[in-house]
Design a protein around this ligand. Structure first.
Ligand code: ZN
Length: 337
């Protein structure tokens, strides 16, 4: 708008000078202007500039409007950033594959598979395949059920170093993938864990629950935030109020911990999605291969999962990995408002 105004003013001044010179040349051969002519020129120039500026700045008045199509009045659709985290642990490989196959069928590979070191050791080829399909591979501790918060610094370091190495691939066979996202078993971690993670190049920590379990000073944060003193980014799992209780989005947390039905779980997922959409929050949710992915034993949980995917895809979900979500929030401060 400003550059267009300047161009316009320039053009008008040029035209005006051309006119003045022509009339001056007519009036006298010398380059002497009469005071009356000079005054008229200055006045006319001032008025031209003032009029041009006023026209250009007038609200809603586009001087090129005739050449353009009027913008259509549509309600902007706010995309919801969704990070699906699939836990790969225990022995049930089929469950994990059921989930990842369903995601791929829907062209969703921007999701994160959090594997334990033990799972990675037993299923190296499977993780390779998922990584090359586009899934982010995250690190979910050494084995299911461990409690980092009960261990010493050295015990934690040893376990996390061995586990993360397993999930990164096998160096001997030339497979070394980048793994930078972490979530501890049972959200169990302490200050020592936070000190160890960056040393092992694990920079994103999803071991938090929005508004329920958070780094000091971050109770209000619903999206990723920096834990400055440790050089980490917290990526909290989404929470929502359900019947007066804060529920974090995890399939087994709601089923085994809270004893909620598959229908409740579906309602929670859809409600959380709507909240995130109306408030501009990202949605971070955990599914377990051995639970949600077991389509025979827990078919009703599978149905909740599919219903959630249907709903999310129909209502503007934009799927991202944990790492991408962390980076989006670090580089776009607007997302934190
Ligand atoms: Zn888990």
């Amino acid at each position: 708008m400003i550059s267009r105004t300047i161009t316009l003013i320039r053009r008008m001044i040029r035209a005006f000078i051309g006119m003045a010179l022509a009339s001056g040349a007519q009036a006298a051969p010398a380059l002497v202007l009469s005071p009356a002519l000079a005054l008229t020129m200055v006045l006319a120039m001032t008025m031209t500039v003032a009029l041009t500026v006023a026209l250009a700045l007038a609200p809603g008045l586009d001087m090129h409007a005739s050449a353009q199509e009027a913008p259509r009045a549509t309600t902007p659709v706010q995309p919801v950033l969704v990070n699906i985290q699939v836990d790969a642990e225990e022995d049930d490989l089929n469950g994990l594959l059921n989930i990842t196959t369903e995601l791929m069928r829907r062209n969703i590979t921007a999701a994160t598979v959090f594997a334990t070191g033990r799972f990675a050791n037993a299923n190296a080829k499977i993780l390779d395949g998922l990584a090359s399909s586009g899934f982010e591979i995250g690190f979910h501790g050494y084995s299911t059920g461990e409690q980092l918060a009960t261990m010493t610094y050295n015990e934690q370091y040893d376990l996390l170093a061995r586990g993360s190495q397993a999930v990164r691939g096998c160096l001997d066979c030339g497979v070394a993938r980048s793994v930078v996202s972490f979530r501890p078993q049972y959200f169990s971690q302490n200050e020592d864990t936070l000190k160890i993670l960056p040393k092992l190049y694990l920079f994103n920590n999803s071991g938090f629950k929005a508004g329920v379990l958070y780094a000091e000073g971050h109770r209000e944060d619903r999206g990723p935030y920096k834990i400055e003193e440790h050089g980490l980014v917290a990526v909290p799992v989404t929470t929502t109020d359900f019947r007066g209780e804060d529920i974090y989005l995890c399939d087994i947390g709601t089923a085994l911990g809270k004893k909620l039905s598959a229908t409740d779980w579906k309602d929670i997922l859809l409600k959380a999605f709507d909240e995130c959409r109306s408030r501009g929050y990202p949605l971070v949710v955990i599914f377990h291969g051995w639970f949600t992915g077991d389509r025979v034993k827990y078919s009703d949980r599978w149905d909740s999962f599919v219903a959630f995917l249907d709903y999310a895809q129909q209502h503007g979900a934009s799927f991202v990995t944990t790492d991408a979500l962390a980076n989006l929030f670090l580089t776009n401060p607007i997302l934190n408002n």
